[in-house]
Design a binder for this molecule. Structure first.
Ligand SMILES: C[S@@+](CC[C@H](N)C(=O)[O-])C[C@H]1O[C@@H](n2cnc3c(N)ncnc32)[C@H](O)[C@@H]1O
Length: 248
């Protein structure tokens, strides 16, 4: 098993844009997602994208007038963001998202952690600490929006094989192996090499973060919360810091 950083640097980073449907369509999807959230700078204008990847949401935020701090641990993806986001107000930070407060130019009015990034954190207590940090630095009335995959219900048998994407030259399939608190994700990547296929397998842990637990963490830190279900087992939390410094 690799660390998340190793897994992205060596395995997922180079094929991530392909995996999510290609750069152009991912950027269009990111733009539509941000559009649907009805976000616009209303305060100091700082937005933070935690686990920004190659910027499918960070670029859309910058286009809506935010000063974006895009934090990610993967150099391969951040290099791509640097190229795609050229000329936009995006501060690119290569660091652990748990240290994001070290890189802020001021209090953010918006923090996002989209696309099943929160489940990369090692434990529930790390999620809790991140929420505490966000509540501690955010402008009053600021928004924290997160989406993650609900792994709390186990899949059995062949349902644990998840086809991700395939085309003439590549196939990516995940296999899930459950423990009490985590799921071990095996990424099986096959790529055409001339007349042959080369297959690489890498594995990393994801957190089985229960939506109800996440919701109560947010409420305990002074957020009001709207929760909705998304396709493919994803859940969305759109929360607002209504009671800063006055949790519970
Ligand atoms: C599933 S991808 C989501 C990327 C992007 N937000 C999206 O919606 O496409 C998770 C991203 O989080 C990054 N990541 C995972 N754990 C991290 C951590 N502890 N600190 C910073 N980045 C992290 C990975 O490098 C990867 O880019």
């Amino acid at each position: 098993m690799s660390s998340v950083r190793e897994h992205y640097d060596n395995h997922l980073g180079p094929v991530y844009a392909w995996m999510v449907g290609g750069e152009t369509s991912a950027l269009a999807r990111g733009d539509a997602e941000i559009g649907a959230l009805d976000v616009a700078p209303r305060g100091g204008g700082i937005a933070v994208d935690l686990g920004a990847g190659f910027g499918m949401h960070a670029i859309a935020l910058a286009e809506r007038g935010f000063d974006v701090v895009a934090v990610d641990a993967c150099s391969v993806l951040l290099d791509r963001l640097e190229r795609l986001g050229q000329g936009r107000r995006i501060r690119i930070v290569r660091d652990d998202m748990q240290s994001f407060v070290d890189h802020l130019p001021g209090a953010p009015e918006l923090v996002m952690c989209l696309g099943d990034t929160l489940t990369h954190l090692p434990d529930d207590s790390d999620v809790e600490a991140l929420i505490e940090e966000i509540a501690g630095v955010m402008e009053p009335g600021g928004r924290f929006i997160a989406t993650f995959r609900d792994y709390s219900q186990r899949l059995d048998g062949t349902r644990r094989f998840i086809p991700v994407r395939s085309d003439m030259d590549r196939n990516m399939t995940c296999f899930l192996e459950y423990s009490e608190s985590h799921v071990l994700v095996h990424d099986i990547l096959s790529e055409r090499r001339g007349a042959e296929w080369a297959t690489r397998v890498g594995a990393y842990r994801k957190l089985r973060l229960a939506p109800a637990r996440f919701r109560s963490m947010l409420i305990a830190r002074g957020f009001s919360v709207e929760q909705s279900s998304e396709p493919a087992g994803m859940v969305r939390f759109s929360s607002r810091l209504d009671h800063p410094g006055n949790p519970e």
